[in-house]
Design a protein. Structure first.
Lengths: 110, 124
């Protein structure tokens, strides 16, 4: 299975909103509403932010939101804060019944 | 506290084998699918394998036929048996719990609890 495509990096100023994308195919992102987003700090385990495209687990700030259009899923972070600086990964269920991650997007908060 | 604790990583020669364990606590282990996810040095996350509540197993193409996932619901422990290891398998290996207590496979891959990881290095 091929990794989902994410921008290598994105940046934004504190207080701004940013959106990052995750592009797959009709065999994964486009075919199912099972996209998740994770935040990872260096040397730490990932943390789930979004599942099933747009659902937030308990305890996740509503500054994080997810959406999908066609084969591309998006994660929006509003009111950027310094602690949002991390690497973000998307993942999806695939037609073959397996999981797949994106390559990750490094977010820099200016 | 809900917790996952991996063990069993280490240095292994190419072609060798290793068995990873993941001890779970703080939740009803047999209600949830479980996953292994790895991260090579300086690289992104790679999904490796999953096992459902009833023992159904799923593998990434890169490990199919070489790795075997299993679970012991009495000891609340997840395992990953790794054979025919190569340098490409060098990574931190995380075990991760499915977020929802479901037998619906698509939900296996949303993971809410992760261990700290165990490092596997394949080198001569």
């Amino acid at each position: 299975q091929s990794a989902l495509t994410q921008d290598a990096s994105v940046s934004g100023s504190r207080g701004q909103s940013i959106t990052m994308s995750c592009t797959g195919t009709s065999s994964d992102v486009g075919g199912y509403d099972y996209v998740s987003w994770y935040q990872q700090y260096p040397g730490k385990a990932p943390k789930v932010l979004i599942y099933d495209v747009s659902k937030r687990p308990s305890g996740i700030s509503n500054r994080f939101s997810g959406s999908k259009s066609g084969n591309t899923a998006s994660l929006t972070i509003s009111g950027l804060q310094a602690e949002d600086e991390a690497t973000y990964y998307c993942s999806s269920y695939t037609r073959s019944g397996l999981g797949v991650f994106g390559g990750g997007t490094r977010l820099t908060v200016l | 506290d809900v917790q996952l604790l991996e063990s069993g990583g280490g240095l292994v020669q190419p072609g060798g084998s290793l068995r990873l364990s993941c001890a779970a606590s703080g939740f009803t282990f047999n209600n949830f699918a479980m996953n292994w996810v790895r991260q090579a040095p300086g690289k992104g996350l790679e999904w490796v394998s999953a096992i459902g509540r009833s023992g159904g197993t799923y593998y990434a193409d890169s490990v199919q036929g070489r790795f075997t996932i299993s679970r012991d619901d009495i000891r609340n422990t997840l395992f990953l048996e790794m054979n025919s290891l190569s340098a490409e398998d060098t990574a931190v290996y995380y075990c991760a719990k499915a977020l929802l207590p479901t037998a619906w496979v698509p939900n296996y891959y949303s993971m809410d609890i992760w261990g700290e990881g165990t490092t596997v290095t394949v080198s001569s």
